[in-house]
Design a protein around this ligand. Structure first.
Ligand code: GLA
Length: 368
């Protein structure tokens, strides 16, 4: 049995933040940064997983996969996927898995989905598995085993990503469409290199607040099943606690912004695309309250820089990356200006890179 390598990308979400678990719309791109899992046979009958980043390994007997328990570490993403595959009746073979990732952790670029999806493909060893089921299974692993009540966006785009296009996902029907982006502006990510610990617990609270908003709306509009179904006017005119109303306002306006952004991209209207980015950021900052000082600084610095059409935080929140729309000819100036301003304010040299939409997860065929 030859070694095999499976790859799954991270992502940048262009717009549609926290809308996925409200069954709305999102517009991510799969990145050319990915997680790679190399597999080879394991003669001792066990599954051995080694993480190059952690320099740590984890082993178990595949026959006992169903009994694995969370350990609150990186291994939970791997074990969670294995457990889900076992629940789906997949017989897991004894294997060595070597994990190497280019997706920085804690940066809002979805290193967890990249790890889950690449692990699932590695454990499947090329066996047929419907791609949508694969994405859902990885999401389930994260919800049930890692304990993070996430939506479907990250795993979906890691599976279905395409070169040269963003993916607009309807998180209720799980239909998607490829959205071609104009070649100019460029999509530039700025990694703040900060991640505030609040992240996971604040995420759970937001999920619960959205459920509370739906309950309030349902009393007046019984047809509303999720915030996806509500209009801004319905949110504004329904009685609910002020904080809950702000959360709901972000979701319903953000859903609309996704549609408007896709339209602006089709019209190659960079100023309109940029304005929607800024509106999305303000909504996350003021209504959803998931930004932080460093990210707000990066967004303002970007917006003040010549050639930048707009900027916003991307991902779950409380740090990570901003995503910026920058006129191609202004990119070097933008990078330098934002880097210098961030470094002199926070003493951190941010990691800045251009996002190029890449393909979804697959086995890498070795050319022999
Ligand atoms: C995290 C979750 C996603 C999504 C984003 C916010 O990345 O895993 O499901 O909710 O946050 O848009």
């Amino acid at each position: 049995m030859q070694p095999r390598t499976f790859r799954a990308p991270g992502r940048v979400n262009l717009i549609g933040e926290h809308t996925d678990y409200n069954l709305g719309f999102v517009l991510p791109i799969a990145l050319d940064l990915a997680t790679y899992v190399e597999t080879r046979p394991s003669p001792d009958g066990l599954i051995h997983v080694f993480s190059e980043e952690q320099q740590e390994s984890y082993s178990w007997n595949p026959a006992e996969t169903a009994t694995l328990q969370p350990r609150r570490q990186w291994t939970d993403y791997v074990a969670g996927v294995a457990v889900q595959l076992a629940l789906h009746g997949v017989d897991l073979p004894p294997l060595h898995l070597n994990i190497r990732s280019e997706v920085p952790t804690g940066s809002g670029l979805s290193s967890s989905a990249a790890l889950e999806v690449s692990t699932a493909l590695a454990l499947l060893q090329g066996r047929d598995f419907p791609p949508l089921e694969l994405a859902r299974l990885c999401q389930r692993a994260e919800i049930d085993f890692v304990g993070m009540p996430c939506g479907i966006m990250d795993q979906f785009v890691s599976v279905f990503g395409q070169s040269n296009a963003a993916i607009k996902i309807d998180c209720r029907s799980l239909d998607y469409q490829a959205v071609t982006l104009p070649p100019d502006p460029r999509i530039i990510a700025v990694n703040s290199l900060v991640k505030h610990e609040l992240g996971a617990s604040a995420y759970r609270i937001r999920v619960a607040e959205c459920a509370t908003a739906v309950e309030a709306l349902q009393r007046r509009f019984p047809e509303i099943r999720s915030l996806r179904d509500a209009t801004p006017a319905q949110v504004e005119t329904t009685d609910m606690p002020a904080v809950v109303k702000r959360r709901a306002r972000h979701i319903v306006t953000e859903n609309e912004r996704v549609g408007r952004f896709v339209e602006a991209a089709a019209n190659q209207d960079a100023p309109a695309m940029g304005a929607l980015f800024l509106a999305s950021h303000e909504s996350m900052r003021d209504d959803y309250e998931i930004s932080c000082e460093e990210i707000d600084f990066l967004v303002s610095a970007a917006a003040e820089t010549d050639g930048c059409y707009g900027a916003r935080m991307t991902g779950g929140g409380f740090g990570g990356c901003t995503v910026n729309l920058v006129e191609a000819r202004a990119v070097p100036f933008f990078n330098e200006t934002v880097r210098n301003r961030y470094a002199s304010r926070f003493g951190i040299n941010p990691f800045i890179f251009q996002c190029v939409p890449g393909p979804g997860a697959a086995e890498i065929r070795n050319i022999s």
